[in-house]
Every structure is written in structure tokens, then in C-alpha cells.
Design a protein around this ligand. Structure first.
Ligand code: SAM
Ligand code: SF4
Length: 472
């Protein structure tokens, strides 16, 4: 099938993309800080389950005096608890190969980086890495690839099937997401047929000029082809897509509005917004030239997450181990709903046993090096429920964040019980003794507070007796 970008052009302006950088710059230039009353009205709209417009989101960005910022954080926290409850979904990245024909200026894998050690896992190595991840307790992975002709759709589909087909004891991977170079519609069909969960790709920056500067050569230098990747994925039947920007290239406020614009576009054209949004900040990488970067300060980063929570209430927000543990813990309170844990970025890093990071073998530097067990103990201690739930995707409930938000009682009926069931499996199969005792106590308290507790308690007992994968 030949993809026709015109199909996604603005109806009144032939050839122009749905995302207009000038329009976004204009909104940011002319927005004025809202009064506290105006702010209350905007926040009230989010709390009323409504996605915010570009202008409303820009007003939240402009609201930067301490009282206004406090109101935004408070509302984001309340919305987060109401929409997602107190559960956090856990996953791990599995780097398959770092061959790459692009030259993204910020990335250790870029073609021109002679210091990078190139490696692509064999099928047997993918199995071994998967077994190691299962042995730690993981159920959800995201496979990550450089961009290279060797990593074509058939290859990607094979690696996905290899992961699904690898089981270790009680362990299995129940959801495989991918982060791979944009494909054409047929390519997306091929990877969809392998059973991927989310297709994730970051635009890096939505500013076309900056984009050109940071992506000087290779297929990734085509801004429009990347921008329309999600349209092609959805045309191929992939309902769950993950957007993202790489913070540190340009103005975070611009990127935030562009993410909202991209979300609106997908909702308008396909009836479903992105499943997740990611907002990684640039980390140190092999031979990285920092002089061209525009780092985003912690305080701005935290505001951005809270504003995003309010602007796109039913999109999952991902925060990776690029960020330090304390910041991740804090941002979970204001909007983040998924984190990775026990992450290794070195290709083959889950089986190599190496404890030290080596930037020439990795894409960038990690800040949060806690193991999965440590992250889970921390979440449990702070009143969060660690979740490995994959139920909606496997029961065909795609677009589930929207359901969580709009279907009365959805969280109590599905999300919390499924989180508790997967937490119970983890405790039985993988947890250190102290965490196991503490975790089961916690599960007892959480289950007792639920309306449909009888059926849940019955399933929890079946898990104690050795049954697995009892999803609602
Ligand atoms: N090669 C594909 C691509 O570029 O889309 C997929 C994977 S790439 C390995 C995953 C993401 O890592 C990139 O989209 C980019 O946002 C992020 N990344 C690259 N260099 C980084 C760095 N130095 N610090 C933090 N994130 C980085
Ligand atoms: Fe290659 Fe992706 Fe790194 Fe760019 S970000 S150099 S495409 S691996």
C-alpha cells in the first residue's frame, strides 16, 4: 500500500501538516498568565474529564507564580489518583541491536560514533535475556532497536515472537511493546501480526528547524515521515501508540503543546488518542557534544509532567530510569503511571553480569539503577500498588485509559484487582521474603476495601495455590 500524506494534511491548506509550528509559537507568544479564577476554570475542565485545548494548556504553562503552580500540582495529583488509582505499571526495555544508519546528534548509537561497540542479539541471546528478565519477575517488555536495513519488519516480528515464545519456570512475557524506526503501512501490519502491544516512537522535537539540525542524515532526517508514523500505524490496525519528545533539544513549552496537538490529531482522525506519552530528558552518551543542548531544569520538568497530566487526562505517562529515583518517586504522585525497573541498557546487559555502565556499549547513561525488587519494595512502602497487568490488551480492551476515565467503577472493577493479582504472582514467585510478607499484608488490606472483594479473594487464594494469569 502506498501511503498518502495528503490524506492527513489540513483540509483547508493542501500539503500542510496537521502540526503547524508557527501556530504553536504564536499561541505561546500571545498567551498571558491566567488569573487564579481563570486557572480554577481550566483545572475544573480537566477534573470534569475533558481534554484541554492548546490555548488552555498554554495558559497552564504561563501560570508560573507559586500559588498557581501549587494549584496545578494539587489538581494533577488529584486527577492522577482518581484516574489511575494508586497503581504503577512496571516494565523493562530490552535492547535488541544498536546498528544504526542515522546520525542523531544526541545518541550514542549514531552511525558516526566510532567509539560505539555494535552488537545485535542472536535469537538464542534474545531468549537468554528474556529468561533473565522473567526470572526477575517481569511480564511487560519494550524491545528497542537502532534503525538499520537489517532490522526490517520481518526481523522485528521475529524478535517479538521469540520473546513471547520464551518461558522460564512460572515466568512469561505477556505484553511486548516495540520502539523501532517508523515503518510503512505494510511494515506496521507485519509487526502487528506478531502481537505487539504498543508501537512507540518519539518525534524528539516537533520544531522542524531544530529537527533538521539534530538529524542531519539518514532516513530519520525526514521530519514528515516520522510525524506521520502514528497515522500509518493506526491505518495498519495498531490501536496503541506511544508518543514522545526528547527534552533538551528545544523549548519544553513548545514540545508540550505539540504533544497535545498530536494527541488531538489522532483523536480526530482515528477516534483514539495515544496510549502513552514519554518525555525523556537527554542523558550523557558516548561522545556527546553538550554545547548545542538546552537542558530542562528539574522544576520545569516537574511542571511539565503536572500540566501534561491535566491536558491529556486519559493518556498514560511514562518516566524511565534516565531520571534519578527521588524524582521518579515524586512524579508518580503528579501523573506518571508507568515506569521501567531493573533496567540495563547494554546490549545483552541482563545476562552479562556486568555491574558498571559502559557508555560505549549503551545508548545513554542511566540514573536510577535500582533492581526490580528494590523499586517494588519502594512503591509498596509509599502506598503504591506495583502492577504487571496486561489484561485490557489481552482481552481486546484497547483504548483502556479512556475507559478507565469514562466508565464508572472501571478502576475498582478491573485495574486495582488486576494490579493486586499480578503483584501477588510476583510475591509468590520472585520476591525476597520480607517483601513477600509485607506485600501480602498490603494486598489483604487493599482487597478488603474493594466492592467485588469475594471474587478477588478467591482468585488470590488460587494464586497462593499455584495458579497463574487469572485476569479480570
Ligand atoms: N532508533 C529508533 C529511534 O530513533 O526512534 C528507536 C530507538 S531509540 C534507541 C529510543 C529513544 O532514545 C530515541 O527516540 C531518543 O528519544 C532516546 N535517546 C536517544 N539518545 C538519548 C540520550 N542521550 N539521552 C536520553 N534519551 C536518548
Ligand atoms: Fe539511531 Fe535511534 Fe540513536 Fe537516532 S536515536 S542514532 S535512530 S538509535
Amino acid at each position: 500500500m502506498i501511503f498518502d500524506p495528503q490524506k492527513y494534511a489540513l483540509p483547508d491548506v493542501p500539503g500542510r501538516m496537521f502540526l503547524d509550528a508557527e501556530e504553536i509559537r504564536g499561541i505561546l507568544r500571545t498567551v498571558r498568565p491566567p488569573s487564579l479564577d481563570e486557572l480554577r476554570t481550566i483545572v475544573g475542565r480537566s477534573m470534569d474529564n475533558r481534554r484541554l485545548s492548546l490555548q488552555e494548556t498554554a495558559a497552564l504553562i504561563a501560570a508560573d507564580d507559586p500559588e498557581a503552580v501549587e494549584m496545578i500540582f494539587d489538581a494533577a495529583g488529584r486527577l492522577k489518583r482518581r484516574t489511575y488509582g494508586n497503581r504503577i505499571v512496571l516494565f523493562a526495555p530490552l535492547y535488541i541491536g544498536n546498528r544504526c544508519i542515522n546520525n542523531c546528534a544526541y545518541c550514542g548509537f549514531r552511525a558516526g560514533n566510532g567509539a560505539a561497540r555494535r552488537r545485535t542479539l542472536t535469537d538464542a541471546e534474545i531468549e537468554a535475556e528474556t529468561r533473565a528478565l522473567e526470572a526477575a519477575g517481569h511480564k511487560r517488555l519494550i524491545l528497542v532497536y537502532g534503525e538499520h536495513p537489517a532490522y526490517d519488519p520481518a526481523y522485528i516480528a521475529r524478535t517479538v515472537r521469540t520473546v513471547y515464545g520464551t518461558k522460564e519456570g512460572q515466568g512469561e512475557i505477556r505484553r511486548v511493546n516495540i520502539n523501532a524506526a517508523p515503518l510503512d503501512v505494510d511494515g506496521f501490519r507485519t509487526v502487528r501480526e506478531a502481537g505487539i502491544g504498543t508501537y512507540q516512537i518519539f518525534q524528539e522535537t516537533y520544531d522542524p528547524e531544530l529537527y533538521a539540525r539534530f538529524h542531519p542524515s539518514g532516513p530519520k532526517s525526514d521530519y514528515a515521515y516520522r510525524l506521520l508514523a502514528m497515522d500509518r500505524a493506526m491505518e495498519a490496525g495498531i490501536d496503541d501508540v506511544g508518543l514522545g519528545v526528547l527534552l533538551g533539544l528545544g523549548d519544553w513549552a513548545f514540545e508540550l503543546l505539540a504533544l497535545v496537538r498530536h494527541t488531538n490529531h489522532l483523536e480526530a482522525c482515528f477516534g483514539v488518542g495515544p496510549h502513552t506519552i514519554s518525555f525523556p530528558r537527554i542523558q550523557n552518551a558516548s561522545s556527546l557534544n553538550r554545547t548545542t543542548l538546552a537542558p530542562v531544569a528539574d522544576r520545569d520538568f516537574e511542571r511539565m509532567v503536572a500540566i501534561l497530566r491535566l491536558a491529556v487526562p486519559y493518556t498514560g505517562l511514562i518516566l524511565t530510569a534516565r531520571e534519578p529515583a527521588a524524582l521518579r518517586d515524586r512524579l508518580i504522585e503528579y501523573g506518571v503511571s508507568q515506569i521501567d525497573a531493573g533496567t540495563r541498557l547494554e546490549i545483552g546487559g541482563y545476562t552479562s553480569g556486568s555491574q558498571r555502565q559502559d557508555l560505549d556499549r549503551e545508548q545513554f547513561e542511566l540514573s536510577d539503577e535500582r533492581s526490580l525488587a528494590e523499586v517494588i519494595a519502594g512503591l509498596n512502602g509509599r502506598g503504591q500498588i506495583p502492577s504487571f497487568c496486561t489484561a485490557c490488551y489481552r482481552k481486546g480492551r484497547t483504548g483502556e485509559h479512556f475507559m478507565e476515565f469514562s466508565t464508572k467503577g472501571f478502576i475498582k472493577r478491573f485495574c486495582t484487582p488486576n494490579a493486586l493479582l499480578t503483584f501477588a504472582e510476583y510475591l509468590e514467585d520472585y520476591a525476597p521474603e520480607a517483601l513477600r510478607t509485607e506485600g501480602w499484608r498490603r494486598i489483604g488490606r487493599e482487597a478488603a476495601a474493594l466492592e467485588h472483594k469475594n471474587e478477588l479473594e478467591c482468585r488470590l487464594e488460587r494464586i497462593r495455590r499455584g495458579e497463574r494469569d487469572l485476569l479480570f
